[in-house]
Design a binder for this molecule. Structure first.
Ligand code: ADP
Ligand code: MG
Length: 300
């Protein structure tokens, strides 16, 4: 196969491993910096150009699109889809996953467990929104945040009110969420490929830190997940339409709750914690996929 890897940096652990795995399995893989790709949106013959050349004959495309380039990156991915190239994750699903509110709405529609979550744009009814999610302590989240930045724990009613007012005052889009204290600063990352959890790890926040992000000093370790956690993660990925997903769960008193579904989950933590060849599994999935296989071809 000839594979396009949409990545801004081939030296990142994940990109590097995907290249290694593809080559080890006998495929040609070309790294494409999405911001350097440009498109001709021509009727019936969409093309993608890169450094003066037309990109041709690709069988598959693996998107590793950073949060800061979601809009442009998914446009390039969509262009590949319209050319009949099989994506590992399709553009529509990547776009959905980048909006925490939209993701939670899609998951709630299918009855997936999640922390009680409120969304409001005006400060007028803050007290009622706080009550709706069960009162303080609660978590306030920037809709566009990643890597734990923009996730704040408000311990008291007063703190909650002023943090929410503050964010709204600068017109930031925020979610207001029940704090799952019993998770103890840990979450579970389930790595899903093609509807199955292929690996799982526990991430524990640094001492005194409720956020378990590895970027915030969290540590990863191996964990056995329950059948309920396994099926929740697999279902969440399916609802989002993601073939490859990192589904983050919290262990709450009311069962596993999904916090977010990541469409470009990192490989370093999960391969390190489990010793599994996740990159190889991603390529193996593409080997058995049919040409031009997407459910939407970029529409919707
Ligand atoms: P990001 O996209 O920035 O990673 P998350 O929603 O994943 O944002 O939150 C970052 C971390 O904060 C999570 O990994 C988790 O450890 C903690 N966290 C987030 N929401 C909650 C919550 N409702 N209750 C308890 N901990 C939470
Ligand atoms: Mg997260």
């Amino acid at each position: 196969m000839k594979i396009a890897l949409l990545s801004r940096n081939r030296r990142l652990y994940s990109s590097n491993r995907i290249i290694e795995a593809a080559e080890a399995r006998g495929h040609e893989i070309v790294v494409i910096d999405v911001l350097r790709a440009y498109m001709n949106i021509a009727s019936h013959k969409p093309t993608i150009h890169y450094r003066g050349k037309v990109l041709e004959d690709f069988d598959c495309v693996i998107p590793r699109i950073g949060a800061s380039v979601t809009h442009y990156g998914t446009a390039v991915l969509r262009q590949f889809e319209m050319m009949g190239v099989t994506p590992l994750n399709e553009s529509v699903a990547v776009t959905r996953s980048r909006d925490k509110l939209r993701s939670l709405q899609l998951l709630s529609r299918k009855g997936i467990g999640m922390p009680l979550t409120g969304y409001a744009s005006k400060p007028d009814d803050i007290k009622d929104v706080i009550k709706m999610v069960g009162g303080a302590p609660l978590v306030v989240k920037l809709l566009q945040g990643t890597q734990g930045i923009g996730v704040v724990l408000a311990e008291t009613q007063k703190a909650a009110e002023s943090v929410i007012e503050g964010f709204m005052g600068v017109k930031a889009d925020i979610l207001i969420q029940e704090f799952i204290k019993e998770a103890g600063g840990a979450d579970i990352r389930c790595f899903v490929i093609d509807g199955k959890v292929v690996a799982a790890m526990k991430r524990q926040g640094a001492p005194g830190e409720f956020r378990s992000n590895l970027h915030r000093g969290g540590a990863s370790s191996l964990i056995r997940i329950t059948p309920e956690e396994r099926s929740t993660a697999a279902r969440a990925a399916k609802i989002m339409g993601l073939t490859v997903a990192g589904v983050d769960l919290l262990r709450s008193n009311h069962g596993p709750v999904v916090m977010e579904v990541n469409s470009s989950p990192g490989l370093e933590g999960i391969e390190g914690a489990t010793g599994k060849d996740i990159a190889g599994m991603m390529i193996a999935f593409l080997e058995k996929s049919k040409p031009g296989q997407t459910s939407t071809r970029g529409a919707g």
